[in-house]
Design a protein around this ligand. Structure first.
Ligand code: ADP
Ligand code: MG
Length: 289
């Protein structure tokens, strides 16, 4: 378990230690329990109302200066070498995201948005620079530690859902839990809770082909949250959906952010999707502006 920062039992997300220590807490199939008060900020002795006020001021106003930084990138570069031509996609990039934020990331196609999300999610490492996420310095971690980091802290949502066609909705959502020591009964309970949280309690036995695109994406979101991650990264989550289904997905993401205190970083091309986030960043020429 070296190199991974684990949150203590007093943490507001009470199930994060589940993969390594499936003890009594594991019986509680409520990973989406609402936080009372204002989570970390309340604990630090601040007024819970502050955050709500900040938010009410408008989308650019959301800067809870008391919230701690959960994603911190400094001087991050990412260079791909294809054949003999090196391609620098991220070029000395700096990013600070506060715990509890819901941020949109925009930028032209090929500008490195997915590359950046993959780095933050621990799916890839920077070529140089510092990437600290949920207290972990990702640039120095072993593959095994990165895998544990991901299973503890990251829920990933893709544009194309990436569900397994031969598995039911319930089985798809259970998949990430196969890496844990949970019993099959507990896995099932957790997956059911996650599917209820996304409003699909009546679709658990359906296969992906029997679901609409919006429902498939909701299964994918249930799969992303079943481990009770700290951070949700979403790469164009509404890119394949019509307006109504896209709005439903954005409403669900907003709920995960506001009620369940998930930090969300969402890549999107859609300005009205970005509107739903509390801040928008633009990636251009390898840097954020
Ligand atoms: P975006 O998501 O903004 O469209 P990407 O992050 O997917 O952009 O890609 C940025 C650039 O990096 C593109 O030119 C892409 O071809 C290149 N790229 C991404 N991943 C790799 C890889 N694994 N190997 C080589 N080149 C890559
Ligand atoms: Mg992309």
């Amino acid at each position: 378990m070296s190199g991974i920062e684990s949150r203590g039992p007093e943490s507001e997300s009470n199930l994060v230690n589940m993969p390594e220590t499936p003890t009594t807490e594991v019986d509680v199939p409520e990973p989406y329990r609402k936080n009372e008060g204002d989570g970390a900020a309340a604990k630090a002795g601040e007024k819970p109302a502050e955050k709500a006020n900040e938010k009410a001021k408008g989308k650019t106003a959301y800067r809870d200066t008391n919230a701690k930084t959960i994603i911190e990138l400094k001087g991050v570069t990412k260079t791909f070498v294809r054949g003999k031509e090196p391609l620098t996609v991220l070029d000395g990039l700096t990013l600070d995201v506060h715990e509890g934020a819901f941020e949109a990331l925009m930028g032209p196609s090929g500008s490195g948005k997915s590359t950046l999300l993959n780095l933050i999610a621990g799916l890839d490492r920077p070529t140089s620079g510092m990437a600290k996420v949920a207290g972990n310095d990702l640039s120095t971690m072993s593959d095994g530690d990165l895998a544990r980091f991901r299973s503890r802290h990251i829920g990933f949502i893709f544009q194309a859902y990436n569900l397994m066609p031969v598995l039911t909705a319930l089985e798809n959502v259970e998949l990430p839990l196969l890496l844990t020591k949970l019993s099959s009964a507990d896995r099932r309970k957790r997956a059911q809770t996650a599917l209820r949280a996304v409003g699909l309690e009546d679709r658990m036995a359906h296969y992906p082909r029997q679901l609409s695109g919006g429902q498939e994406q909701r299964v994918a979101i249930a799969r992303a949250i079943v481990n009770d991650p700290t951070i949700i990264v979403a790469d164009e989550p509404t890119g394949d959906l019509d307006r109504k289904a896209a709005d439903d997905i954005l409403t669900l993401l907003t709920k995960l952010n506001e009620e369940f205190k998930k930090t969300i970083l969402m890549v999107t091309h859609d300005p009205s999707a970005a509107e739903r986030a509390t801040a928008t960043r633009h990636l251009n020429k390898g840097k954020l502006e």
